[in-house]
Design a binder for this molecule. Sequence first.
Ligand code: FAD
Length: 475
Amino acid sequence: MTTTHRTASVHLGSDPGAGPQIAVIGAGVSGLVAARQLATTGAQVTVFEAADHVGGQLRAATVAGHRVDVGAESVFTAAPGPLQLLEELGLEEELVGANRATTWIWTERGLRPLPDGFTPAGPSRLGPVLRSRVLSPVGLLRAGLEPLLPASRGGPDVAVGEELARRFGSEVVDRLVDPLLGGLHAGDVRTLSLQAATPQLAALTAKHRSLLLRRRPTPSTGPAFVTLTSGMGTMTERLATSSAGVEVRLGTRISAVTREAGRLRLSVDGQRPIDVDGVVVATSAAVARELLSEGSPVAAATLGELRAASVVVAALAYPARAAELPAIAGGTGILVPSTSPQLLKAATFLSTKWPHHAHSDHVLIRASAGRAGDDRAIELDDEPLIERLHGELAQATGLDADPLEVTVQRWPTTMPQLEVGHHERLATIRSALARDLPGVVVAGAPYHGPGLSSCLRSATGAATTLTTALQETHA
Ligand SMILES: Cc1cc2nc3c(=O)[nH]c(=O)nc-3n(C[C@H](O)[C@H](O)[C@H](O)COP(=O)(O)OP(=O)(O)OC[C@H]3O[C@@H](n4cnc5c(N)ncnc54)[C@H](O)[C@@H]3O)c2cc1C
């Protein structure tokens, strides 16, 4: 239960005459990016972080002496934002591009390559789909009918899986879209919103009668993904230390945001409450719901409707000879459809995918498990979890040695599910906050999706909204 302290409050910032005092709750990438932007407007910004470190889902762990990301692993270079921010933070020298190699799809008949040009928007050419042998002849024929179908009618939001099944047939969705897009979101493509979870695809379907026949931009020759050699957490560490005008308080858990005497009041675990002019809530939706339950019951109730899946990441170090196995030597990883009985959702062969992880002593593999509606992995203890993941990796690749060392990172109710109707829920949250708690905005993955570019867009949008609201209040 949330307790609001009624004791005397304290103020943030040393100079009450300076810019507005703003609290950001959560020092993940979203909170830190919002804080950085707000500070450039002259606001006095303090970021409160419950943990003893910044970064949230950007986190590395050590396995067999190697630093490995056990949260976000890479940045998609085609999406705007993150790459530019990494360069702005002076991290260009740490950037490393992913090697291009096959991504495997797990099928009952063994591993098959993800067809060239297959993206979350479905196939862009049928030749590679035919050669990959993932679809049955009937499924392939059905996919080939796409150019003959009528255009999308627009109208209310639908599930991304529903739209792609209408265009390409169910087999394309179950065998290719589900492991690729469903895997990225740890979700069910039959419930994820076309408009909210895949806005680029929504724009394409609105514009083109056929996704197969549309003219496609020339594919970039550079790497599709990049990462940082010291781990993605360096991004948030650099944000926390290099953003002028931003103070970060670690180990400080906020328990409520309410309105008291015309200002916003933060209740802080074990400390006196703090009064501020503006608040960015950049936590999970579940935490946001608790924080706002007293101040805005309507926003809190709608936040409670935003689901999140639990995922688990295991980083495994195998003897170096594993690098010679054809599946590992020739591929960057495996995607597993949700219809398969496997616990494994995806595996990344780090040593094949990333030049800086090609070690002479070990082969590093990152296995992930858990998705919406499947809590088997998060509920297992480490030992049976590792045994199961290793067994499935061995079955898929022919690995014949046990892992030498394993690190497990659990992410309970972390991967946001942007389900059909998400934009309406977001509009309800925003209008309830504007009415009940003016000066409070929400930012982060639960609202705009889990990709880092979505988080950046969410954070900068929230910071802009708050700046405008504060200017109007003080005009
Ligand atoms: C396993 C995994 C793999 C991923 N891989 C990728 C990838 O390769 N590429 C990609 O683009 N994205 C990836 N993502 C998604 C991406 O990492 C996240 O969407 C993004 O990091 C979320 O950032 P955020 O700031 O919104 O939230 P978070 O990182 O969750 O930050 C929220 C912060 O709020 C703090 N907090 C919570 N409660 C309180 C409180 N009461 N008071 C104060 N602080 C509080 C938390 O401790 C946390 O630090 C991955 C995510 C996971 C879990």
